[in-house]
Write a protein that binds this ligand. Structure first.
Ligand SMILES: Cc1ncc(COP(=O)(O)O)c(C=O)c1O
Length: 343
């Protein structure tokens, strides 16, 4: 029962009822929301539940709009999950480091404890037994990032299933990089597991990080809780319009993903040939984790050349590593030329 995992105050909550959600239907004169009557293109509040956009996403993903929540980035969905399920000072979340940093930051902001079960060194796959042994009635959320940031690998589907089946709380599969992966989305597992939430985003393969739009896919019951706690107009009209436009040009997005995947392979080959590159980890994402002899030296050298990569060398299991995002062919070429000169 999902309801039993939800914080009691959220179950009891009477949500804010906005003017635009109280009236549905057709009308000509809107004097209900204290908006300006003067037309600017933006004088009205946006659709609080973004039905038109959800319809378009529904068609793309093959899942009904009632199973979709849209957030101000997936970061908003992560924060709301903490606020729906985790009682501060009592419950905890489980994360699998090295992984995306916002799970811990969101938990810290909410005063929710974080238990860490590191991925297995080498394979970067979860230790299912260790995770399930650690889990108890206060383990409300388990974050699985697949493909994982910063390691780049996908988590094996069998392990995602085992974890979702055995975990007493909600399992969140963060698929921010799924469009760069050959692996199928965990969205198709939703009918089987009522405790599963899948996150995706417009920030990566869709090239729309600036509009802040994240997606959560889950049971209608879980989506209902998201809608209950979200700020009424969390997705602004500009974002809704820009996303609809982007979705209209799906071929352009697919072509860019294809080019990035080609560049990823090329960059893997380039970097593999450099004598100071000790290991290029396989990647299902739009970045590469690269182990080098002198990460900080290379990082600073590249900064001097106007090229910024991410120094991950102080992250557990990523000692000595830089994380390099795949750029345009020209950008990758420029990075490579700089690195050859570093030799
Ligand atoms: C794994 C992962 N999840 C979520 C995000 C953030 O996504 P959004 O821009 O939708 O908030 C990132 C961004 O780097 C990420 O790496």
């Amino acid at each position: 029962m999902i309801q039993n995992l939800v914080r009691p105050n959220i179950n009891r909550l009477t949500p804010y009822s906005s003017a635009r959600s109280e009236f549905k239907g057709k009308a000509e004169v809107f004097l209900d929301a204290n908006e300006s009557p003067y037309e600017t293109g933006y004088n009205r509040y946006p659709d609080p539940l973004q039905w038109k956009l959800k319809q378009a996403i529904s068609t793309l993903k093959g899942i009904a709009p009632e199973h979709i929540f849209l957030g101000n980035g997936s970061d908003e969905a992560i924060d709301l999950l903490l606020r729906i399920f985790c009682e501060p000072g009592a419950d905890h979340i489980i994360i699998l480091p090295p992984t995306y940093g916002m799970y811990r930051v969101s938990a810290d902001i909410s005063n929710v404890a974080v238990k860490e079960i590191p991925l297995r060194p080498g394979s970067f796959q979860p230790d299912v037994e260790a995770v399930l042994a650690e889990a108890d009635a206060h383990s409300k959320l388990l974050f699985i990032c697949s493909p994982n940031n910063p390691t780049g690998n996908s988590i094996r589907p069998g392990l995602i299933r085992e974890l979702t089946k055995g975990f007493p709380g909600i399992v969140v599969v963060d698929e921010a990089y799924i469009d760069f992966s050959a692996q199928e989305s965990a969205i198709r597992l939703l009918p089987e597991y009522s405790n599963l939430v899948v996150l995706q985003t417009f920030s990566k393969a869709w090239g729309m990080a600036g509009i802040r739009l994240g997606m959560a896919f889950a049971s209608e019951e879980i989506i209902g809780y998201f809608n209950k706690v979200k700020p009424p107009y969390n997705i602004n009209q500009l974002t809704q319009e820009a996303a609809l436009k982007a979705l209209d040009k799906q071929e352009a997005q697919e072509a860019q993903v294809k080019q990035l995947l080609g560049q990823r392979t090329l960059l893997q080959q380039y970097l593999g040939g450099l004598p100071f590159a000790e290991r290029i980890y396989p990647s299902d994402a739009n970045f590469l984790l690269v182990k080098v002899e002198d990460p900080t030296g290379i990082y600073n050298y590249l900064v001097d050349r106007g090229i910024i990569v991410r120094d991950r060398s102080r992250v557990t299991l990523c000692e000595g590593c830089l994380r390099i995002t795949v750029g345009t062919p020209e950008e990758n070429e420029r990075l490579f030329r700089a690195l050859v000169e570093f030799e």
